[in-house]
Design a protein around this ligand. Structure first.
Ligand code: SF4
Ligand code: SF4
Length: 383
């Protein structure tokens, strides 16, 4: 049985957060067992874009500070950061409120540009991934995901956060390669399998910042801030995600990334086989996250493997000209370059070439990209 520690934590108050994370480590054997003296530790935040610390989108600075202070009791050999989608890491960390605390704690910021390859010998589709070298060249990997819903992946938490090992816009290329949601889920799992192989006999510690998360059209400005008042910790990202889904009352049948991981034995996604430690799930009975609009079951997702059906059955992005500031971020990331922008004008979309990856909405700083209504045919079909 894998172990997942749940700790109720309602505010970003440093001492309290630190105590909760320390207690969580104790349930998992103690920090002495998890991090050897002078180990090289990489701490992976979720810095998807230059969003405010109170947006619920990125790892909160107090979580990062608490983890840094605890890890520094064991080692000074620490690197922290992420690979944001379109902007550089320092700019993004400053906007996320993380830059100052990293400087206060005197630790190094990752340089994601230098890459290396990692491999998955049990991959289903993709057995090789080019990732940032400094992120995988560590003795201990500490993963700090946010607890959020996701328009494409339904929910994003610990396992999906490893997608940030891929540098900047290289992530967009993966959306073209694996352009339907189920294949994208397989790709995330192939990547996660490669991470597990790379960190074989080393520790991966996942600590989910669920004090403030996102519901609805996450994982970015399209989502609505929602408190789950929780920090969830586990050495098994799949189990952590399964428990997070249960805690916020999302539909586990739609958490296809977790389910695919469970089928592959990359972790334990069966709630009955997970040992829950710390606070009881009952204490969160009033917490419930809204799912992304029109999310699909596995059967629906399988149908979408037939490419031409996507245009007939699915909604596509729509730009709100009242909110759009014509920054061009959506066009910059759009994997198949179907969203285009001319200087000073609003972006335009060729919806027939849109792969519905929702990367545009993810990077939009203004929440100016929403979903059109689902076509009538899609409504009937998926019903
Ligand atoms: S327009 Fe948006 S949803 Fe469509 S392919 Fe481009 S980034 Fe993805
Ligand atoms: S839709 Fe959003 S990302 Fe695209 S140009 Fe407008 S504000 Fe920028």
């Amino acid at each position: 049985m894998s172990k997942v520690v749940i700790k109720k934590c309602c505010e970003y108050e440093l001492d309290d957060v630190k105590d909760k994370i320390k207690e969580s480590f104790d349930y998992l054997g103690g920090i002495e067992k998890l991090i050897s003296p002078n180990a090289r530790v990489f701490i992976k935040c979720n810095c998807v874009g230059p969003f405010d610390k109170d947006s619920g989108i990125t790892t909160h600075p107090i979580i990062a500070k608490a983890v840094l202070q605890l890890v520094k009791e064991r080692t000074k050999n620490i690197i922290i950061g992420d690979n944001p989608a379109t902007r550089d890491i320092v700019f993004t960390l400053k906007k996320n409120g993380l830059y100052d605390i990293i400087n206060e704690e005197n630790v190094a910021i990752v340089n994601g540009k230098k890459t290396t390859k990692i491999y998955n010998s049990t991959a289903k589709i993709y057995n090789e991934f080019e990732v940032s070298e400094e992120m995988v060249d560590a003795d201990v990997f500490i993963n700090l995901p946010k607890l959020k819903t996701h328009s494409l992946a339904y929910m994003t938490c610990a396992e999906k956060n490893f997608f940030g090992l891929i540098f900047g816009l290289n992530k967009a290329a993966w959306h073209v390669k694996a352009s339907n949601p189920l294949e994208f889920g397989e790709a995330i799992n192939d990547l996660y399998g490669a991470v597990l192989e790379t960190f074989k006999n080393k520790n991966i510690i996942n600590i989910c910042d669920g004090i403030l998360g996102l519901e609805g059209e996450g994982p970015s400005t399209g989502g609505l801030k929602k408190k789950a008042n929780v920090i969830i910790t586990s050495l098994d990202a799949v189990s952590l995600d399964r428990v997070a889904c249960e805690l916020v009352k999302l539909d586990n049948n739609k958490c296809f990334i977790t389910n695919l991981a469970n089928e592959r034995n990359y972790g334990n996604g069966d709630i009955n086989k997970i040992e829950l430690l710390g606070d009881k799930l009952d204490e969160f009975k009033d917490v419930a996250f809204l799912a992304p609009k029109d999310s699909l079951s596995i059967v629906g997702l399988k149908i979408l493997k037939i490419k031409p059906l996507r245009n007939l059955l699915l909604e596509h992005p729509k730009i709100d000209h009242n909110l759009c500031i014509r920054c061009g971020e959506c066009a910059k990331i759009c994997p198949p370059h179907t969203m285009k922008i001319e200087k000073g004008k609003f972006p335009k979309l060729n919806s027939t070439k849109c792969i519905r990856c929702w990367c545009c909405a993810e990077v939009c700083p203004q929440n100016a990209i929403c979903k059109t209504n689902r076509p009538i045919l899609g409504k009937i079909f998926f019903k």
